[in-house]
Design a protein around this ligand. Structure first.
Ligand code: DX5
Length: 214
């Protein structure tokens, strides 16, 4: 069964703790914090303190820090100290990705690598033995509420052919795109809008995604 990973980018930040607790109680498998620096992506979001706050609000489930930042190795220790269980590194964000992955592991978190839509699957091949998951971006990162890139499905299938690791997808994941992504080989579904902007609330959003991929 695919895991549901609400991302707080679309949460109501005036009551973030409450929204995270709602997601946990509704059976979310992980929570993702979308970290953006305004350089690697044209948006600016959260720092380690928000990961620590999410950690406090969701003590029972893993927290992912998705670092959409340039030279992420500068921030790995801070996010690990803040309580990130997984640190996800964009392949495009540093020339020293191998070193950045080992930095994550040295600080006690689990490392994942992230592929932007235009980055070929081949770019993660050498890292597969040292990471625990691969995140395939199904939108150009930076903002929630974008449309799923349909060409991602073939990319997920090609990645699945070369690894048994968790494949996470992120961007435009909803009740129609989630089943297709899972059929292609995805095992973790990041969703912001489909969860936190669901008209009937967070629990209904998570339930709908679960039903869609059952
Ligand atoms: C990168 C962000 C978004 C967010 C999910 O842009 O990381 O992908 O997590 O966005 P939606 O609202 O498409 O689920």
């Amino acid at each position: 069964m695919a895991g549901i990973v609400p991302s707080i980018l679309s949460a109501d930040l005036t009551r973030l703790g409450e929204q995270v607790r709602e997601a946990v109680e509704a059976g979310a498998d992980r929570i993702q914090v979308d970290v953006m620096d305004g350089h690697f992506v044209p948006n600016l979001t959260f720092g380690p303190d928000v990961v620590a706050a999410v950690r406090r609000a969701a003590p029972g489930i893993p927290v992912e820090a998705h670092l959409m930042v340039e030279q992420p190795e500068r921030f790995v220790e801070a996010f690990c100290r803040a309580g990130a269980d997984y640190v996800l590194l964009q392949v495009e964000s540093t020339p020293s990705l191998y070193r950045a992955v080992h930095l994550v592991r040295e600080h006690g978190a689990r490392a994942g690598v992230v592929l932007n839509p235009a980055t070929p699957v081949e770019m993660v091949r050498e890292l597969l033995p040292v990471v625990c998951m691969v995140l395939v971006m199904t939108v150009e990162p930076g903002f929630g509420g974008q449309s799923f890139i349909p060409e991602s499905l073939d990319k997920i299938r090609r990645l699945r052919r070369i690894t048994e690791l968790d494949i996470e997808v992120d961007g435009g994941i909803d009740v129609s795109t989630a089943p297709m992504a899972v059929a292609a080989g995805a095992t973790l579904l990041v969703a912001g809008t489909a969860v936190f902007d669901h008209p009937e609330g967070v629990a209904a959003g998570i339930r709908a995604l679960r039903e869609a991929v059952r």
